[in-house]
Design a binder for this molecule. Sequence first.
Ligand SMILES: C[S@@+](CC[C@H](N)C(=O)[O-])C[C@H]1O[C@@H](n2cnc3c(N)ncnc32)[C@H](O)[C@@H]1O
Ligand code: SF4
Length: 405
Amino acid sequence: MATTIPIRPAGSSATARTVVPPGATLTSLPPLSVYVHVPWCVRKCPYCDFNSHAMPAELPERAYLDALRADLEQALPLVWGRQVISVFLGGGTPSLLSAAALDELLAMLRACLNLLPDAEITMEANPGAAEAARLRDYAASGVNRLSLGIQSFDDAQLKKLGRIHDAAQARAAIDMAQRAVARVNLDVMFALPGQDLDGCVQDLRQALSFGTEHLSLYHLTLEPNTVFAKYPPEVPDDDLSAAMQDAVEETLASAGLQRYEVSAYARPGARCRHNLNYWEFGDYLGLGPGAHGKLSFHDRIVRQARLRNPESWMAAAVARDGTHVAENRSVPSDELPFEFMLNALRLKEGVAASSFTDRTGVSLAAIAKRLQTATERGLLDADPARIRATPLGWRFLNDLQEIFL
Ligand SMILES: C[S@@+](CC[C@H](N)C(=O)[O-])C[C@H]1O[C@@H](n2cnc3c(N)ncnc32)[C@H](O)[C@@H]1O
Ligand code: SF4
């Protein structure tokens, strides 16, 4: 059972802590990242279950920035003195923000947090909401990595996906992004409605033709509570989507992009530092509507979630009474092994076995039986120095992760 406790800085006197079940005991804190959620899009795509909302006639930038400042300032005691290795501006469509708003946002983060000089600062951008000058301004403010939601280079597909851009705009946006920053990721989806293997490979070839350092390849999923869930399009069957997944891995590998996570492919040295921190069970402060966070203290690991609705979050954040945080719970230690595995096993190379105790405060001995079961079933690598799925385990990742539930 989860226990909700008031959050306070580690080391402060905390009478409420006496009700918390025995939790983590950490000897050091993991790297810290910051996620900022920008919840608006020009319009909602029919497949998307992110916390994104069709924007009002005018983006409420002032109210958003004021709320973000209030959210950040209230969270500061939780991360006091810690260095921040990366920032991710996700959405929604962060590239709807004006250059001035983005500049103010990053200045705010720099003024309040100990942002490392070489911190990775990624911004998600939609090709239908990206202009060359604006992307250059974002870079001048400190954005050093752009992640573009391309999805496909096929106009008919883009239409079916309800995208606000066509393939020509997608190509132009990639060119603009590459001129603005050195590090560019492209999001591409496959197993699209009516797509055949050739269509998938064509998309991959086009994506590779730009020579970006990173690609994210997502298998389209029909998420509950989306238009596609209500009116499901015809999508490739399991055999065809498996063939597409194989084609993705082979085509990208032969172009020098190694798959390092379920959906992420990078050239050497170009992995996404921010996402790696999630998968390695690092810490992250989540700011903005619906943002999730995970923060470690010497004696506990806390999960937070902000109010999802943008207006509710804005009103609650500026009220400065803590009500913008909808969930604030200390994770009981018996839930930590599963949470850790949910992330770490997504990485193709897994993680060092020692990081399990470093990051969860739970001893490896506590999960020895489950590690043995997973190894005996051929799902987990037998190397005692690493926690890593075998190729079979990676294929049946849910089964492997559930062993630690
Ligand atoms: C939050 S969106 C980021 C970028 C921006 N909002 C856009 O769409 O251009 C992150 C990515 O998740 C992927 N995605 C969203 N919904 C998906 C779904 N139902 N199935 C698979 N991938 C999905 C898309 O590739 C999308 O670019
Ligand atoms: S633009 Fe991106 S975040 Fe917005 S609705 Fe579409 S997929 Fe979702």
